[in-house]
Design a protein around this ligand. Structure first.
Ligand SMILES: [Zn+2]
Length: 267
């Protein structure tokens, strides 16, 4: 896993690769302790390739499974994963959602990102706004509620979940090197997926991300953010959900019928 190349990652390809690995850090402060790893593992997360970095606020965060960002406090409070969860592909949400509806959420792209990401973001925004939800997205130049910034590593993109005050998670890291020359519809699918996390959607296949990622069985666990099934979404396999953990090269994932049910239920 550690040597998984970016090229290969496109076959298993992921919004946040199950096998995320970043350039080894040299600072001692960014070493991930065995105690931290064991807490992460006991909460049901994959403890391989956990990396540490400082976020925009200078807070140390651990990147887990290439997707989730936990602070030391988060790690200390990770809940054990229920062991008897049935594998299914229903839509799931976090405990916290964006509040203050109806609400317009502004989105911006950092200017260092490729110019082609502009039309891709417009497409992602249009997909949401076409659903006539209680939240609408609007693109702005700067000062947005959610900003896409450039990320590094072998993950495609990463984000977080809504805050305890009901705001969307404010930063999405998107990785042009890992994404490469994917078509606009794929980049739009990745962006819409990350925006989904920011407003409280978890992975459709969070209970076994091997469903979309391949590889070994891997349960992301409920964690501190919760994993609450959204009523009305089916228990049968949902092969094209926009919130599947991994996406293949060139794939397009507009909202399917179940995704729309989930979006309309929450917002
Ligand atoms: Zn995701």
């Amino acid at each position: 896993m550690k040597n998984l190349s970016i090229l290969f990652s496109f076959f298993v390809f992921a919004l946040f690769l199950s096998s995320c690995q970043e350039t080894p850090q040299v600072s001692d402060e960014l070493v991930v302790s065995n105690g931290t790893l064991s807490l992460i593992a006991s909460a049901g997360y994959n403890q391989t390739n956990v990396t540490a970095e400082f976020n925009e606020n200078g807070t140390k965060v651990y990147r887990v499974e290439g997707c989730y960002e936990f602070t030391d406090d988060d790690v200390a409070n990770l809940a054990p994963t229920p062991m008897a969860l049935r594998i299914s592909e229903e839509q799931y949400r976090t405990t916290l959602l964006v509040t203050g509806l109806p609400r317009t959420i502004t989105v911006a792209l950092n200017s260092r990102l490729p110019a082609s990401y502009g039309p891709a973001l417009d497409e992602a925004i249009a997909r949401y706004n076409a659903q006539n939800l209680q939240i609408t997205f609007t693109r702005v130049a700067s000062g947005a509620a959610i900003t896409f910034v450039s990320g590094n590593g072998s993950y495609l993109a990463s984000a977080g979940f809504p805050t305890s005050t009901g705001d969307p998670y404010n930063t999405i890291k998107i990785n042009p090197k890992a994404i490469g020359s994917q078509p606009q519809s794929t980049v739009a699918s990745i962006m819409a997926h990350e925006m989904g996390h920011c407003i409280g959607f978890r992975h459709t296949d969070y209970m076994d991300r091997s469903y979309s990622c391949g590889g070994a069985y891997s349960n992301e666990g409920a964690s501190t953010v919760g994993a609450i099934n959204i009523p009305g979404t089916p228990t049968t396999a949902d092969a094209n959900s926009w919130m599947l953990a991994c996406i293949g090269s060139g794939q397009n994932r507009p909202f399917n019928a179940n995704d729309k049910t989930a979006l309309n239920y929450l917002y």
